[in-house]
Design a protein around this ligand. Structure first.
Ligand SMILES: [Ca+2]
Ligand SMILES: [Ca+2]
Length: 102
């Protein structure tokens, strides 16, 4: 049975990931607003220290199989713009501001 909360988080993750991979002509998924991304950030940041660790990222998405973990790890690495192993709110919002990695 699919847990509804987990499921909607997964959908949000897809939208978020799409924000990083969308290219002109393929961008059919609308980017969430800064406000909705900020609240998504809070969902991920479970211990509320203002940073998302890889562990938090995997936990929220309830990843149990290896390929899912690998995909999310890659996504996490893309979002971690300065490579320090955590995602800050600024990095999280970067794609909205056109600063995401290509
Ligand atoms: Ca955290
Ligand atoms: Ca970082």
């Amino acid at each position: 049975m699919i847990n509804k909360n987990k499921f909607s988080t997964y959908i949000l993750t897809c939208i978020m990931v799409a924000g990083f991979t969308a290219s002109p002509g393929l961008g059919r998924v609308p980017l969430p607003t800064e406000e909705s991304r900020t609240s998504l950030f809070r969902t991920y940041d479970r211990n509320r220290d203002g940073k998302i660790t890889l562990q938090e990222f995997l936990d929220v998405n309830d990843c149990r199989n290896q390929s899912c973990r690998e995909r999310l790890t890659k996504t996490f690495e893309k979002m971690d713009l300065n490579g320090d192993g955590v995602i800050t709110l600024e990095e999280f919002l970067a794609p909205l501001r056109g600063k995401g990695k290509k």
